[in-house]
Design a protein around this ligand. Structure first.
Ligand code: ADP
Ligand code: MG
Length: 368
């Protein structure tokens, strides 16, 4: 009897390291288990090692040390072509001299599928990405979004169990990008492949992924579900990279596993959830999201309070950003829904801002 397949470890990166020049590591010590059918995103700034991780899984780059396994089997010695992995890149990489149908048929012909099967799959595949009337066109006569749908269809046509996507929507404008995000999610749910997606766009990562691995300088800073990453970032880099955060400098007064009391640099004392902050006496940073801060009033009074001077506001449409200065001259921004209750303040007005203990996070000063 074959060994039972552990679907929670369908793809495994085990202590993977990569150096291109035998000196600097661009992937430092990457360990990640990806479940069958999961949608995992590698998110991080440019140059943080995301593409390198995909290339090693696809077999286009060697690992310098460590191991990559699929279904429990090391794949290091398997040629890229035999890994049965679909790939989509930012620049579609369609063959310009072939029609859409010919582009789609190509991976099947390489795999020597019979003509009738090729025909059937090409038709199904065009249907899947809603391009049935475009089979005879050349890529040059398609819009950017249509070309990317063909690239997507081509990566799926040989029914790979793993699909790698490297910034596939990077070249598209915002509306089309959002439409394609939806499209990719639909295909993922319908076909059930394991998706490993690369982007530097945190909104895209949050909306599409089951889990996100946040990269910085070749190191995974945190790997968690979108809501965990947003609500409990494990360090200041993630707190800053995912969504928006105010960072207020302070010193730890007292810390336990759940809560930390700190003194901010304007002298005020506040309480926050304990993140990776250091022990009492050490410098730390308080992270509070702009949507969790409120202008204090008789009706709005939460546990923490700090004096602030209003500087200016920015009208965004569905919400308004208010900018304040604290007594130590540091700046803080709050975001309020534009719901007719949004307060009107004049420059120089002194007020206080308030927030809940559970909406602040005490963190170590960022090391990057
Ligand atoms: P990302 O996809 O996150 O932008 P990459 O994996 O492309 O990052 O790159 C990580 C680092 O490795 C960068 O510093 C980049 O310059 C370097 N790098 C990437 N590919 C090569 C290569 N083929 N040869 C040498 N250095 C490379
Ligand atoms: Mg890249």
């Amino acid at each position: 009897m074959p060994p039972a397949v552990d679907n929670s470890c369908y793809v495994q990166f085990k202590n993977v390291k990569k150096s291109y020049d035998q000196r600097t590591l661009v992937v430092v010590d990457f360990t990640l288990d990806i479940a069958k059918g999961e949608f995992v995103t590698l998110l991080g700034p440019s140059g943080s090692g995301k593409t390198t991780c995909l290339m090693m899984l696809a077999g286009f780059e060697d690992v310098s040390s460590g191991e990559i396994l699929v279904e429990g089997q090391p794949i290091t010695h398997i040629a890229p072509y035999h890994r049965n992995i679909g790939m989509v890149f930012q620049h579609y990489a369609l063959f310009p001299h072939m029609t859409v149908e010919e582009n789609l048929a190509y991976p099947l012909k390489v795999r020597k599928l019979p003509d009738t099967e090729v025909k059937r799959r090409v038709a199904d595949s065009l249907d899947l990405v809603e391009l049935s009337n475009f089979g005879k066109r050349y890529p040059g006569h398609l819009s950017g979004g249509q070309r990317q749908r063909v690239a997507l269809a081509r990566s799926l046509i040989f029914e790979p169990s793993i699909v790698l996507m490297d910034e596939p929507l990077g070249a598209l404008d915002k509306n089309l990008r959002e439409q394609m995000q939806f499209e990719i999610k639909r295909l993922h749910e319908q076909l059930g492949f394991t998706a490993i997606y690369v982007t530097h766009d945190q909104t895209e990562a949050l909306t599409m992924s089951d889990r996100i691995a946040v990269f910085d300088q070749g190191v995974v800073q945190q790997c968690a579900s979108p809501d965990q990453l947003y609500e409990r970032p494990s360090n200041a880099f993630v707190a800053d990279f995912i969504g928006e955060n105010n960072h207020l400098a302070g010193t730890v007064l007292q810390r336990n596993n759940d809560y930390t009391e700190l003194q901010l640099s304007d002298g005020s004392r506040v309480k926050a959830l304990t993140g990776d902050c250091p022990e009492a006496g050490a410098a730390c940073v308080l992270a509070v999201r702009p949507e969790n801060l409120f202008i204090a009033s008789d009706k709005v009074a939460l546990d923490n309070r700090i004096n602030a001077t209003f500087i200016t506001q920015l009208y965004v449409g569905d919400f308004i950003r208010y900018f304040f200065q604290l007594e130590d001259k540091s700046e803080i921004m709050i975001k309020q829904l534009n719901d007719h209750q949004a307060p009107k303040l004049s420059a120089g007005a002194v007020t206080s801002l308030t927030w809940s203990v559970n909406d602040g996070l005490a963190l170590n000063l960022s090391t990057t």
